[in-house]
Design a protein around this ligand. Sequence first.
Ligand code: C2E
Ligand code: MG
Length: 636
Amino acid sequence: MHKLFARQLAKATSPSGEVDLDELGKLAGAAYEQSDRDRRRTDRSISLMIEEFDSLNRGLERLLEVRTKALREREAELKAQNLRFEAAVNNMSQALLMFDGKRRLVVCNERYIRMHGLSRDVVKPGCTLRELLEHRKATGSLAIDIDRYMTGMFETLSAGTTMARLVELPDGRTIAVLNHPMADDGWVTTHDDSTERQRAEQRIAHMARHDALTDLPNRGLFRERLAEALSGVNRGNNLAVLYLDLDRFKGANDTLGHPMGDELLKLVASRLRHCVRTSDTVARVGGDEFAIIQNDIEQPLDTAVLARRIGEAVSAPYDLAGHAVVVDTSIGIALSLGDGVEPDGLLKAADMALYGAEADGRGTYRFFEPAMDMRMKFWRELEVALRQALANGEFDLHYQPLVNVDDRRITGCKALLRWNHPERGMISPAEFIPVAEEIGLIVPLGEWVLRKACIDAASWPDDTKIAVNLSPIQVTHQNIVPVVISALAAASLPARRLEIEITESVLMHNTEKNTATLHRLRELGVRISMDDFGTGYSSLTYLRKFPFDKIKIDRSFISGLPADNESIAIVRAVAGLARSLSMTATAEGVETTEQLENVRELGCVEMQGYLFSPPRPLSMIMPLFEPQRRKLAKSA
Ligand code: C2E
Ligand code: MG
């Protein structure tokens, strides 16, 4: 019997043992109701629990879904990133390697494999640095001691510093290698092929210190080498510095054209190289200037021998596209034995000696002498004094008549500049004009000459002319036409009475521009003469470039008359040429009656020279016009 029913039965049973059925029924009913209530409560709790489980489940599923999606996205992103990394690594211009803390390869890009021609079978993730280096050695892209290299490398890396070095490969390439430590004891290595850059740098460095045309050291490198060589003087290395200037180069350059001039310089450079020992230095230090360091000399004679050898080598004829060209060289020499062991001092001494050699006549050599230094000082003082002279009114003009050879009538006068220096007295224009040209003073000075000459000439007979020298500097660097117009206007002098005298050097440079200037002067009515004809490189060439009104045959040809046959032939030829070109032929520097007779016979129509009159001050020239004035007055 069920315990509950037993208890209910006991409750419904009277002490006499009678069972109260109603009571039992009530009790049983109540029990059933209670049980129903309990079951219903239980059912409710169960369904609540199930609901909770369901919602928990759904939540978890949603979370799982979100997480899975995020993971997938992350994975795709990583994949893309990986691809990008690989693309970047394989397309770098540098070769790249990455090693982990166990010295094993993690990453190696294509560039590295190709740069060193390696096999992917060996060079792959996991291989050690040693294996990789040994593979490189075996395949010929490395020629170093692997053990030493690795020791040095790990020492640097473990100190946390980047190791950078340039490695020469057996095939000549230069590789910039960089080993950079990483946090996990690994490192990144990059290899950069810097062969081209290296070569370009070397080329630039070479170009900065060499002359592009001849490939000889330039002035800078020459000075460096000289300083270096002079530091060895104490150890007994005595040396000489030779300074060379090519004579007649400018003429050849202008006549044959610059490409030929360049070719000539290259040939000269090569001959010079052959004259010296390999331990000596030949440099190009200017347009047609060269310098040489001759090492290990025992006595000045050693240098004299070299200078003579150079003179002979340089002056041998050159064949330039069928043209036979001859140039000479003047050489100035300074010796460490005696002239100083200081580079600049020695260079200056050689330069001064060169001036000396050039003054001696071209094609020679000269050793430096202290007297040259004195001359240089004088030159420098001249420069200072010259600048003040114009302002101080120290200049004057003298006039030298130009005379008709037949009737000795004065056709005009040439203006010649005179400098009356307060202390030194008269200084010759031959001495100061070159200085005035060099410092640019010739421009204002020449203008002063022109203005004064025009004013002075305005009071001379109307059929006389005034001849004025124009320096090449004035024609090239000054707008000379308006200056001439203004000088004529200020003096009220007709243009036909002015004669401009130029030398062929005016037409040697800036030929086109200068010819145009001369044409403009000519259009004004001014006459143009070629002065000092025959002294230049190729005066005849310049006669073709401009239709001169007059040729003045240089004094050096007249002084040979009447004895020298060569002078006779030249004067005759030039006078004949002048006549056929409708130019006046004037003989300069006629000093004797024989010379006068001679130049007349040879065809000159005019002369200038001491025979008739030296250059004189204006006041002494004026009386010379008197006979002419009287004649003019009579005929009027
Ligand atoms: P230049 O223009 O050829 O002048 C002729 C020179 O020869 C003058 O020298 C003159 O005195 C000299 N002379 C003339 N006749 C004789 C002679 O029979 N025998 C000798 N032995 N010499 C004679 P100077 O006056 O010393 O002038 C020298 C040079 O200086 C001139 O040569 C010219 O090139 C330059 N010069 C003079 N004045 C000027 C000037 O105003 N401007 C420029 N740019 N140069 C000038
Ligand atoms: Mg002259």
